[in-house]
Each structure stands twice: as C-alpha cells, then as structure tokens.
Ligand binder design. Structure first.
Ligand code: ZN
Ligand code: CU
Length: 484
C-alpha cells in the first residue's frame, strides 16, 4: 500500500487489549485501520501529527439509554466529546424497539423520551431508523424485557403467562435475527418486578441459540443484592448465555462496605460461568424517582418532575421543607419525576471500578434537563481522575475497560482494538490533561483533553468541537469472545 486517507504519526498507541503504549504510525483507509508500524512511509490525504498524544480505540459506552436520542440528536455530542465511538442502547429492560405502546408509557421507559418517539414495532425498523438518522457514533442494541412485557401484557404488575412468554420469545428471536446483542432486564422496577425468575429464564432461552448476552439491572442492589446476583446467574445458566450485571454497585446506606463481598461472590461464580459487569465512576445513581428509595439519610436531587418542573435542581429535602411535608410525601407529589440519589459509598465504587473485569458504562440519561454528570463525564473522569490522579489502575488497563474488553463481551466484531483490518474507531487524547468538567451543579459540559475522534475512519470531533461528520451506523451482533 502506498497511500491512505489519514495517517496518524508518532502516537502512543494503546491497543485496547491492555498492552503498554508503543510509539506507532497508524494508517486509515476506507474506514479501516490499514497499517500500524513504528514508521510508515505512506502518502495520505490527511496527516495528523500526534505529538506524543495517546491513540486508543474509540471508547465503547456499554450502558446507555440513548435509544431515541441517537435519532433525535444524531450529533451525539455528550458521547462523542468524551471519545466514545459506539453506544450500546436498550439497557435496564427498556428499549425503543421492538415497542408498540398501548396505553401510557410505563416507568422507566419514559427515561428514553416522549411517547411520540416510540415508533419502532420491530427491531429491523429501529436499525433502519438509526442508519437513516446517520448518528455521529455507532449504535448497537439490546432488547428490553420490560418493553417486550409491555408489548404483550395488559398489565405489568403480574408475571407473564406461558402464552405471553411465547409471544415475547418470538419477538426476541426476530430481534436476535436482526442483530440484537441480547436481552436486558430491569427487575428492580415495578414494571418488571412481578416477573418471576422462571419468566426471565424462559426469556433467556433463545439467547444461547444465538450466542447473545443477558444483561440485567438486578432485582436488588441493596440488602438483597446477593440473592439478586444468584437469580441473575441462574437465568444465565438457563439460557446458556453470558450474564452482564449492569451498573454494579452497593446501593443504600445499609449496604455500604459490601463491595469486597460482592466482588468476591462474582469472582467465585465467574469460575464456572461467563459473568461480566459495568460501572460508572460516581458515588451517586440516577433514574426515575422511586418512592422505595426515599431515605432521609440520602441526599436526593430532583432532575425533572412533570407536575412541578420548577423543582428540577432542588433536593428532595429542600422541597419537603418548602412544602412543610415529609420527603416521602414530597416525592409522591412530584411524580412522575427523575432523581439523582447520592446513595453509593465512594470506597465501594472505587473498588468495583478497579476490578479487572469491570467495563465502563455511563448509564447517562440524555433526556434529563439537568442530567447526572455521568452523561458528559464518565470516560474522561475514569482516565483523568481515577486512573492518572488516583492511580486506581494503569492507563492501558483503563483503556481496555472501555474498549477491548467491552467489544469482546458484547460481540462487537472488529471493534475495540487497534488492529490492522479493524474499523477505524479511534480517539486521540492527552493523557496528562484529560479530565471531565461536568459536575452535579453544572452537568452539561464537554471534557478536556480529547484531541480528535474518528468514527469509521471519518474525523468526527476535534478539540474545537464536532466536525459535522456523522459516520456512525447500526452495528449488528458479532461473536462474543470471553476470556475470564
Ligand atoms: Zn439500570
Ligand atoms: Cu440503566
């Protein structure tokens, strides 16, 4: 080869597999990485002098709720500005497809967007819509168990019948044929909490046939977390499918300090079955406002409220005081609403983040007017704060948790590593300067130190902002490749 589209010169290349950086030139042509060597004599339309910056595979956000956002706002700035080149949507049991809404939008599907946005009765229609929107990042999708329940059940506060399970399985199979990565569940939410283990195990059965994964927002992340883990593992075994525990945490004051025990139990189970997990680098969670999580010892900030939009940004304690009621009563009056719960212990979060099997996922909520800062900050925060400044892990290790490990676990073929022949999803960043700037009080802010981002070989972002190139596409399931 004598020429290529883009030549990146003298970068500290981190391959995404955990190996230390090597000084390399990298050539890109037709959306692929075509050459990697200490010195390449290639003619290129565009030559980028990396000048010692770090070149990594584009980050994969394994836990997102960007299902409808990628279509509504295809520029995807919250993610692109962090160096993210692929998002996995459809987590926590809620997905934009396949979804046919009969009545009102059940909680927490309302996190994904307004009712009118749900227009994809089949997975294929959603994949087409993603490609039609030309998002700036790639999109791969899970199918939500709660979405399937809502398609086939008249009410969600009961277990599905055999007949309903069959219909849901058929829809899941059709989606897996169309490239879905797997099934997600959100058993903690009231819209799925009445589902029995048997129901979910039956739903997991098609997964093994297709080599797809089961991801779960478990039935409990508080006191009953160990029981919830056992349930998740049993569902994985029933489906002969890998299990991915979403946003692993020890939530609730009574549960603080248990991360060592939880990770120990996960490691033990990992000996005999495929289990992965993801984590976001904050000591606070966010979702819809759940009355069961109201605890006066926990600081809860309201992110939105349909009847009281003026209360967004205030804490539940402030609102309760203003109204002269208990926090629980205030929470009832705010419904439906969203909240940030400062209900995680920082030491637990760090221990989970640092575990070698942990992938990074933002769990960002792109439709919140005052979102949890994880939406704009997750990846630079891991790289800057937790890796460089606090040395919780090495840089190649941090990059692996965002790239190679994630692609292998979820079956994203030819992504997640810097290898010849792989898709040219790349991020060039300054390891000395990279840092999140989004905070709980100013949550919408782009990170520092992300120099350039390429998606499928096209330059999509520079430190001056998005380039306008939107070269992302729908990515269908490839083969998962598990190394424990
Ligand atoms: Zn969740
Ligand atoms: Cu989630």
């Amino acid at each position: 080869m004598q020429s290529c589209d883009t030549l990146i010169r003298k970068a500290a290349v981190m391959d995404g597999g955990g190996a230390p950086a090597e000084w390399m030139d990298v050539g890109i042509a037709d959306g692929r990485i075509v050459a990697i060597a200490p010195s390449l004599a290639l003619h290129a339309d565009s030559v980028v002098e990396a000048d010692g910056l770090t070149l990594a595979p584009g980050f994969i956000d394994v836990h997102t709720h960007d299902d409808l956002y990628v279509i509504r706002r295809p520029e995807m700035l919250p993610k692109l500005s962090q160096g993210v080149t692929t998002v996995i949507v459809g987590n926590c049991g809620i997905s934009a497809s396949p979804a046919t809404l009969g009545g009102a939008l059940p909680d927490p599907m309302n996190l994904l967007g307004e009712r009118e946005g749900f227009r994809y009765g089949t997975f294929a229609e959603y994949a087409d819509a993603v490609n039609g929107a030309r998002p700036a990042v790639n999109v791969a999708a899970l199918v939500g168990h709660t979405a399937l329940r809502n398609n086939h059940m008249d009410r969600l506060d009961r277990a599905a019948t055999d007949n309903e399970i069959e219909k849901m399985q058929a829809q899941l199979r059709e989606s897996l044929e169309g490239g879905a990565l797997g099934l997600s569940s959100g058993l903690a939410y009231l819209s799925a909490n009445a589902a029995t283990t048997e129901e979910v195990a039956a739903m997991a059965r098609p997964l093994g046939e297709y080599g797809a994964v089961y991801t779960t927002h478990m039935r409990s992340e508080t006191e009953a977390i160990r029981e919830a883990m056992e349930e998740s593992f049993a569902i994985g075994r029933a489906g002969r499918a890998p299990v991915i525990v979403s946003h692993l945490k020890c939530a609730g004051v009574a549960n603080w300090g248990r991360s060592g025990e939880v990770l120990g139990a996960l490691d033990e189970a990992r000996v005999s079955q495929q289990i992965g997990f993801d984590c976001y680098p904050y000591a606070a969670g966010s979702s819809t406002l759940d009355l069961r999580q109201v605890d006066e010892r926990v600081r809860i900030a309201i992110t939105w409220s349909t009847p009281h939009s003026e209360m967004a940004g205030k804490t539940l304690a402030e609102i309760a005081q203003e109204w002269g009621v208990t926090q629980l009563e205030a929470a009832k009056r705010l419904q439906p609403a969203g909240a940030i719960y400062h209900s995680i212990d920082e030491a637990d979060m760090r221990r989970i983040l640092a575990h070698p099997a942990t992938m990074i996922g933002s769990d960002g909520l792109p439709n919140d007017p005052r979102p949890h800062p994880r939406l704009w900050g997750t990846f630079p925060r891991v790289l800057g704060r937790y890796c460089r400044d606090e040395k919780l892990m090495t840089l190649p290790e941090a990059v692996r948790k965002m790239t190679g490990l994630s692609a292998q676990r979820f079956g994203l073929a030819q992504r997640g590593l810097i290898r010849e022949g792989f898709h040219a999803d790349l991020v060039l960043f300054d390891a000395k300067r990279v840092m999140d700037t989004a905070t709980f009080s100013e949550p919408v802010a782009t990170a520092k130190g992300i120099s350039r981002v390429w998606v499928n070989g096209e330059l999509a972002y520079t430190e001056a902002g998005a380039t306008g190139s939107r070269a992302g596409r729908f990515v269908a399931r490839g083969k998962t490749d598990w190394v424990q």
